[in-house]
Design a protein around this ligand. Structure first.
Ligand SMILES: [Zn+2]
Length: 167
Protein backbone atom coordinates (compact mmCIF):
# COMPACT_ATOMS: atom_id res chain seq x y z
CA UNK A 1 0.00 0.00 0.00
CA UNK A 2 2.70 2.44 0.97
CA UNK A 3 4.78 1.58 -2.08
CA UNK A 4 1.83 2.18 -4.38
CA UNK A 5 1.16 5.59 -2.84
CA UNK A 6 4.81 6.51 -3.18
CA UNK A 7 4.89 5.41 -6.82
CA UNK A 8 1.75 7.39 -7.56
CA UNK A 9 3.00 10.59 -5.99
CA UNK A 10 6.33 10.21 -7.80
CA UNK A 11 4.44 9.87 -11.08
CA UNK A 12 2.41 12.98 -10.37
CA UNK A 13 5.52 14.95 -9.49
CA UNK A 14 7.26 13.82 -12.68
CA UNK A 15 4.24 14.75 -14.77
CA UNK A 16 4.01 18.17 -13.19
CA UNK A 17 7.68 18.98 -13.66
CA UNK A 18 7.58 17.74 -17.26
CA UNK A 19 4.68 20.09 -17.99
CA UNK A 20 6.30 23.16 -16.53
CA UNK A 21 9.52 22.38 -18.37
CA UNK A 22 7.69 22.19 -21.68
CA UNK A 23 6.11 25.53 -21.10
CA UNK A 24 9.48 27.15 -20.47
CA UNK A 25 10.94 25.62 -23.63
CA UNK A 26 8.03 26.81 -25.71
CA UNK A 27 8.47 30.34 -24.51
CA UNK A 28 12.18 30.57 -25.25
CA UNK A 29 12.23 28.87 -28.67
CA UNK A 30 8.81 29.76 -29.97
CA UNK A 31 9.84 30.84 -33.47
CA UNK A 32 12.03 27.77 -34.07
CA UNK A 33 9.32 25.44 -32.85
CA UNK A 34 6.84 27.16 -35.14
CA UNK A 35 9.05 26.61 -38.19
CA UNK A 36 9.72 22.94 -37.43
CA UNK A 37 6.05 22.44 -36.70
CA UNK A 38 5.02 24.01 -40.02
CA UNK A 39 7.26 21.64 -41.99
CA UNK A 40 5.73 18.58 -40.33
CA UNK A 41 2.08 19.57 -40.14
CA UNK A 42 -0.43 17.04 -41.44
CA UNK A 43 -3.12 17.84 -43.97
CA UNK A 44 -5.66 17.74 -41.15
CA UNK A 45 -3.69 20.32 -39.14
CA UNK A 46 -3.40 22.63 -42.14
CA UNK A 47 -7.16 22.42 -42.66
CA UNK A 48 -7.66 23.62 -39.10
CA UNK A 49 -5.05 26.37 -39.26
CA UNK A 50 -5.97 27.94 -42.61
CA UNK A 51 -9.27 29.32 -43.84
CA UNK A 52 -10.93 27.66 -46.86
CA UNK A 53 -9.38 29.93 -49.53
CA UNK A 54 -5.90 29.82 -47.94
CA UNK A 55 -6.11 26.03 -47.80
CA UNK A 56 -7.24 25.80 -51.43
CA UNK A 57 -4.33 27.93 -52.67
CA UNK A 58 -1.52 27.07 -50.24
CA UNK A 59 -2.12 23.34 -49.82
CA UNK A 60 -4.00 22.42 -53.01
CA UNK A 61 -2.09 24.71 -55.40
CA UNK A 62 -5.15 26.75 -56.31
CA UNK A 63 -5.08 30.22 -57.85
CA UNK A 64 -7.06 33.22 -56.65
CA UNK A 65 -8.96 35.22 -59.26
CA UNK A 66 -6.95 38.07 -60.79
CA UNK A 67 -7.56 41.59 -59.39
CA UNK A 68 -9.38 40.19 -56.34
CA UNK A 69 -6.55 39.66 -53.84
CA UNK A 70 -5.50 41.96 -51.04
CA UNK A 71 -2.06 42.88 -52.40
CA UNK A 72 -2.07 43.05 -56.23
CA UNK A 73 -2.44 46.85 -56.12
CA UNK A 74 -0.73 47.50 -52.77
CA UNK A 75 2.15 49.99 -52.73
CA UNK A 76 2.85 49.90 -49.01
CA UNK A 77 6.38 49.40 -47.71
CA UNK A 78 6.94 46.18 -45.85
CA UNK A 79 7.94 42.57 -45.89
CA UNK A 80 5.61 39.99 -47.40
CA UNK A 81 5.61 36.80 -45.33
CA UNK A 82 4.09 33.35 -45.85
CA UNK A 83 0.44 33.33 -44.75
CA UNK A 84 0.88 29.77 -43.49
CA UNK A 85 4.14 29.91 -41.50
CA UNK A 86 5.13 33.65 -41.34
CA UNK A 87 8.50 33.12 -43.05
CA UNK A 88 9.70 36.34 -44.83
CA UNK A 89 9.41 35.83 -48.62
CA UNK A 90 9.48 39.13 -50.54
CA UNK A 91 10.44 42.74 -49.87
CA UNK A 92 8.06 45.45 -51.11
CA UNK A 93 11.09 47.10 -52.78
CA UNK A 94 11.12 44.29 -55.36
CA UNK A 95 7.37 44.52 -56.05
CA UNK A 96 6.36 45.95 -59.43
CA UNK A 97 3.19 46.57 -61.41
CA UNK A 98 2.85 43.63 -63.75
CA UNK A 99 -0.70 44.35 -64.93
CA UNK A 100 -1.65 40.72 -64.23
CA UNK A 101 -3.84 41.30 -61.17
CA UNK A 102 -1.54 39.37 -58.86
CA UNK A 103 1.22 40.80 -56.65
CA UNK A 104 4.48 40.45 -58.60
CA UNK A 105 8.09 40.63 -57.46
CA UNK A 106 11.36 40.41 -59.38
CA UNK A 107 13.22 38.52 -56.67
CA UNK A 108 12.80 36.69 -53.34
CA UNK A 109 13.92 38.38 -50.13
CA UNK A 110 16.90 36.00 -49.81
CA UNK A 111 18.30 32.74 -51.17
CA UNK A 112 16.21 29.82 -50.01
CA UNK A 113 13.21 31.93 -48.99
CA UNK A 114 11.22 30.29 -51.80
CA UNK A 115 11.71 27.05 -53.71
CA UNK A 116 11.15 26.60 -57.43
CA UNK A 117 9.58 23.39 -58.71
CA UNK A 118 9.06 22.22 -62.30
CA UNK A 119 5.30 22.13 -62.98
CA UNK A 120 3.71 20.42 -66.01
CA UNK A 121 0.11 20.63 -64.80
CA UNK A 122 -2.73 22.09 -66.90
CA UNK A 123 -0.81 21.38 -70.11
CA UNK A 124 1.69 24.17 -69.40
CA UNK A 125 5.40 24.10 -68.67
CA UNK A 126 5.70 26.39 -65.70
CA UNK A 127 7.84 26.86 -62.63
CA UNK A 128 5.90 26.63 -59.40
CA UNK A 129 7.01 28.78 -56.46
CA UNK A 130 6.55 27.41 -52.94
CA UNK A 131 7.50 28.65 -49.47
CA UNK A 132 11.06 27.53 -48.66
CA UNK A 133 10.03 26.78 -45.10
CA UNK A 134 6.62 25.07 -45.14
CA UNK A 135 6.28 24.15 -48.83
CA UNK A 136 3.00 26.05 -49.19
CA UNK A 137 2.05 26.94 -52.78
CA UNK A 138 2.67 30.63 -53.52
CA UNK A 139 2.36 31.04 -57.30
CA UNK A 140 4.55 30.74 -60.41
CA UNK A 141 7.79 32.16 -61.78
CA UNK A 142 8.05 33.58 -65.31
CA UNK A 143 11.12 34.87 -67.19
CA UNK A 144 9.45 38.11 -68.33
CA UNK A 145 10.03 40.40 -65.33
CA UNK A 146 11.91 43.71 -65.11
CA UNK A 147 15.61 44.20 -64.44
CA UNK A 148 17.78 43.56 -62.51
CA UNK A 149 16.68 39.91 -62.59
CA UNK A 150 14.29 39.73 -65.56
CA UNK A 151 12.12 37.38 -63.47
CA UNK A 152 8.49 37.70 -62.41
CA UNK A 153 7.31 35.97 -59.26
CA UNK A 154 3.54 35.91 -59.77
CA UNK A 155 2.11 35.26 -56.29
CA UNK A 156 -1.36 34.77 -54.84
CA UNK A 157 -2.27 37.47 -52.28
CA UNK A 158 -3.95 34.85 -50.14
CA UNK A 159 -0.60 33.08 -49.70
CA UNK A 160 0.90 36.26 -48.22
CA UNK A 161 0.66 38.46 -45.17
CA UNK A 162 2.34 41.87 -45.01
CA UNK A 163 4.42 43.18 -42.13
CA UNK A 164 4.70 46.98 -42.59
CA UNK A 165 8.14 48.57 -42.27
CA UNK A 166 8.67 51.11 -39.55
CA UNK A 167 8.91 54.53 -41.16
ZN1 LIG B 1 5.46 28.98 -45.36
Amino acid sequence: MEIRTLALSTMIMLTLSACSQNEQNNMSTESNDKKEFAAEMSDEQWREKLDAEEYRVLRQKGTESAFTGEFWDSKKNGVYVCAACSEPLFDSETKFESGTGWPSYYEAIKDGAVKEIHDNSHGMMRTEVVCGNCGGHLGHLFPDGPQPTGMRYCINSVSLDMVPKEE
